[in-house]
Design a binder for this molecule. Structure first.
Ligand code: TMO
Length: 326
């Protein structure tokens, strides 16, 4: 039989519409788990990111997915997502990760899976009692005047800024704004809270890296330092801003985004899991409450995730609905 005739015969048996609808149902209505390969979720090194990852992983398990958690520092996660070694990061913050995210996105192997409702800020922060001894705060110029109040030794009058374990151009900003501070970076986020609790107990001036949403706003009074407003050119153009010779003479974004990011293969390999991730949406109070359960109340990450799941079943059982009902 010649090929044309074969086609005609085939056409009698299956209309194009039948073929399409079969393919459509196979792709769209495959019952989860669509694959027995584990979904690999990245754990970073701050509380809410870990708890949200565990929440998502538990939701996946209710659909029969296998889940693997992989600890990675933020700066190492991009090449893993790009290559599909890991598949999901549930909390990508604008203030610390926008530059890396946008750089890797251009290669087309990672995808933006949407933003949470929460808006974010990552910035220098102080407990409220510091305003009594350093009037003019939260304006950054006040820090210039009272830098020595934050000095912790007698060898130097430079103030001490306690930074987190994430790479940020803090020294460049101190130089550009002539702040009279030095940077002390902690190894683990928990060290920030140890220092905060200790300073607070002794009413000692302290300024440290903090972010919102976080547990701190749930339990402490305090404020972010108001640096000159963030602008993209601040990071690339020395002539922009209050210092005409230097970059980084501005603060971090005040209404930053919080994104979910995935390897490009997530959608095709696990469409239901991808839909759940797309629908996953946390607000500021949801995130700060979850973080406080661990950092203030002493629950483990898994306990905090389990508590949230047991109290919010109507919320999470709706996620991914159309893609997940086979
Ligand atoms: C990425 N972080 C929330 C620690 O600033």
């Amino acid at each position: 039989m010649n090929p044309l005739a074969a086609c005609r015969e085939f056409g009698k048996l299956f209309t194009l519409q039948m073929i399409l609808s079969f393919l459509f149902s196979a792709v769209v209505f495959a019952k989860p788990p669509e694959s027995s390969k584990p979904l690999r979720i990245i754990l970073n090194n701050w509380t809410s990111q870990i708890v949200l990852s565990k929440v998502l992983g538990q939701i996946y398990k209710t659909y029969g997915y296998k889940v693997a958690y992989v600890e990675l520092e933020t700066k190492n996660q991009w090449s893993h997502l790009h290559r599909g070694l890991e598949h999901i990061q549930v909390e990508v913050w604008e203030g610390t990760m926008a530059a890396d995210f946008e750089r890797v996105l251009k290669f087309g192997q990672i995808v933006d899976v949407g933003t949470h409702s929460a808006t974010t800020r990552e910035e220098w922060w102080y407990p409220e009692y510091v305003e009594k001894v350093c009037p003019g705060l939260p304006d950054w110029r006040a820090l210039r005047t009272c830098a020595s109040l934050f000095a912790d030794g007698d060898t130097s009058k430079l103030g001490r800024y306690l930074a987190g374990p994430w790479e940020k151009p803090e020294r460049a900003r101190i130089r550009a704004l002539d702040l009279g501070f030095r940077v002390d970076a902690v190894k683990h986020a928990d060290d920030l809270w140890v220092a905060l609790k200790k300073a607070n107990a002794n009413n000692k001036p302290i300024v440290l890296f903090n972010w919102s949403p976080n547990w701190v706003e749930d339990r402490y009074k305090g404020k972010f330092v108001e640096f000159p407003d963030h602008h993209a050119r601040c990071e690339t153009d020395p002539s922009w801003g209050v210092n005409r010779q230097r970059k980084h003479d501005c603060g971090n974004p005040k209404n930053g985004w919080l994104k979910k990011v995935a390897w490009i293969g997530l959608q095709n390999n696990w469409p239901c899991a991808a839909a759940i991730l797309r629908d996953l949406d946390f607000t500021n109070p949801m995130i700060s409450n979850l973080a406080a359960l661990v950092d203030a109340d002493g629950l483990t990450h898994d306990q905090a995730a389990d508590r949230w799941l047991s109290e919010n079943k109507p919320v999470w059982s709706r996620l991914g609905k159309t893609a997940c009902t086979g």
